[in-house]
Design a binder for this molecule. Structure first.
Ligand SMILES: Cc1ncc(C[n+]2csc(CCOP(=O)(O)OP(=O)(O)O)c2C)c(N)n1
Ligand SMILES: [Mg+2]
Length: 550
């Protein structure tokens, strides 16, 4: 009589196989014994492990990898401090709606409550900033638990998910893992046709419509549908965060400099795939009727009276809108609309022409705008640009145009400093053949400066440009304005971040005068590996901003 037993594999192998089913080939981490079983599974299954010097960097890298690939990014964080060090990055992904899956280590279940090293119940901490947070106590459930967390992260409204597994929870199990979810399952619910018809009607009859494209449009992969929609109906479009590049910056209907005129003069503002939050004046646009399109019903704004709204798969929604609205459009509205677009274009062109003086400024010390003047002509069309900092990065948001989707990685509404090196690392692994340029304030780079070592060890081909004004500029200038003085706003002037970079294995450049900028950027961009350009910028330069902390 034969006693046949089913073949088994380690829990780590099953977990790694489940990651692979979801398109994951890279996991970001910092070594901790509580996640060794997962590492072992990844090694056996050919999933690349990328190590950082801080769990925050690993988690930001995973989010950036997701932002560039539109797949789910994964970070493995060891128990206790590993997970808590990832909290700000998890929260960033939460507010960005980025598909991120964080696997946590966890103290052994057999001794739970007895005070094992790093024993902490992470789930209550991460639950408020994740779509799904759970502990897997049964090895037999590992594949299903990983699959559920990955599906949740990838389904609209996307966001971070969390699963921790106790050290004694990775025992050998059956090798089967769930198959990949269908595209339809990942796209989310189809929008209600009646709601779409109402929106289409408003768009068709509006005389001065404006579209705001947000990140969820990008995550939905709706760039072709958005393009068809705006072209069919001659709707001028703006973008924020990951919505940038959905319509190329040089498209005839893409605008960036004329927000005040557009939002102030529109009769209809359609906001798609981004909340009506502080970045959009909390959804108040003069006298315009407001339409909100969200990728899930919970995302539809309740803080504003809406003329109409629709929720569901934004790709299907834009396809349906283009179709319905173009059939309903009237000739009279089209003529007036063409005038509206032309008016915005004239203003956009005039504003861009007026910027040339600043972008070519000979001022010494260097004006931050000049950095962007030099950089813009050197960026490839599909360059990935990362922004981490205050004023220096506000300039980047304004003066760096985005031509392809998924190519401008900013912090989003959580505004967390310190993501720059993690985002650069994740982007470099996601798109090794593309230019990756990270723009960092001198304050911002301090949060993860040790990860210059990470970039060097992995040979990441990234260029870091530090706007070194010796201050926390975005805090110092407003504080002086409000209080008449400032406190704890100063950093050391002229710090040699380029030398730090060199000592940690990167190429370093110091720029003290404007004419040195171009050649230094050329050398840094040509360098095969990480290079840092430390630009001493004018501390008295203030980004002209009107918004407040609300
Ligand atoms: C984690 C975190 N801490 C503090 C802040 C508050 N903050 C916003 S901008 C800023 C100044 C950034 O300075 P720097 O990176 O040097 O850029 P600069 O404004 O000088 O160009 C600070 C401290 C924040 N956004 N995130
Ligand atoms: Mg600064």
């Amino acid at each position: 009589m034969s006693t046949e037993t089913a073949p088994t594999v380690t829990g780590g192998v099953v977990a790694a196989r489940t990651l692979a089913v979801h398109g994951v080939d890279t996991v970001f981490s910092l070594n901790g014994g509580h996640v060794w079983p997962l590492y072992d599974g990844c090694v056996r299954e050919g999933i690349r492990l990328v190590d950082t010097r801080h769990e925050q960097t690993a988690t930001f890298a995973a989010e950036a990898w997701a932002k560039v690939t539109r797949r789910v990014g994964v970070a493995a964080l060891t128990a206790g401090p590993g997970v808590t060090n990832g909290m700000s990055a998890i929260t960033t992904a939460w507010l960005n709606g980025s598909p991120l899956f964080v696997v946590g280590g966890r103290a052994p279940q057999a001794r739970w409550g007895q005070g094992s090293l790093q024993e902490l119940d992470h789930v209550p901490l991460v639950a408020p900033v994740t779509k799904h947070a759970a502990t897997c106590l049964e090895p037999a459930r590992l594949a299903a638990a990983f699959d559920a967390a990955l599906v949740a992260a990838r389904t609209p409204h996307r966001g971070p998910t969390f699963l921790d597994v106790p050290l004694d929870g990775w025992d050998p199990v059956e090798p089967e893992v769930p198959g990949p979810p269908s595209g339809a399952a990942l796209a989310g619910a189809a929008p209600d046709p009646d709601a779409v018809a109402r929106v289409a009607d408003l768009v068709a009859t509006a005389r001065r419509p404006v579209l705001m494209v947000g990140g969820d449009v990008y995550w939905a992969g709706a760039e072709a549908e958005v393009r068809t929609f705006v072209e069919a109906l001659a709707v001028p479009a703006f973008a924020n965060d990951m919505g940038r590049g959905v319509l190329p910056a040089d498209h005839a209907l893409a605008f960036a400099r004329t927000r005040a005129t557009a939002f102030g003069g529109a009769d209809l503002v359609v906001v798609a795939g981004t909340p009506l939050d502080f970045r959009l004046g909390f959804g108040r646009f003069g006298d315009a009727a407001v339409v909100h399109l969200a990728d899930s019903p919970e995302g539809v704004a309740s803080n504003v009276e809406l003329a109409a709204s629709a929720a569901g798969d934004l790709k299907a929604m834009f396809a349906a809108l283009a179709d319905a609205a173009s059939r309903a459009g009237t000739v009279a509205a089209r003529t007036e609309r063409a005038d509206w677009v032309a008016r915005l274009r004239d203003e956009e062109d005039a504003r861009r022409a007026a910027e040339v003086a600043g972008l070519t400024s000979e001022a010494d010390p260097v004006a931050p705008m000049r950095v962007y003047g030099e950089l813009r002509s050197r960026l490839e069309r599909d360059a990935i640009v990362v922004g981490d900092g205050g004023d220096f990065v506000s300039y980047a948001g304004k003066y760096v145009d985005t031509f392809v989707p998924g190519a401008f990685l900013g912090p989003g509404p959580y505004g967390c400093l310190g993501l720059g090196l993690g985002y650069a690392l994740g982007a470099a692994f996601a798109a090794p053949s593309r230019q990756v340029v990270a723009l960092l304030g001198d304050g911002a780079i301090g949060f993860s400066i040790g990860d210059l070592d990470t970039l060097a060890r992995h040979g990441s081909n990234v260029t870091l440009v530090v706007g070194n004004n010796g201050i926390w500029g975005l805090e110092k200038h407003p504080m002086v304005k409000l209080y008449g003085y400032d406190v704890i706003c100063d950093l050391a002037p002229g710090t040699r971040y380029d030398k730090v970079a060199e000592d940690l294995g990167c190429h370093g450049e110091l720029v003290a005068h404007p004419e040195e900028l171009g050649p230094a950027l050329d050398r840094a961009l040509a360098y095969d590996g990480p290079a840092l350009v430390n630009v001493l910028t004018d501390p008295d330069d203030t980004y002209p901003r009107t918004s407040n902390l609300a």
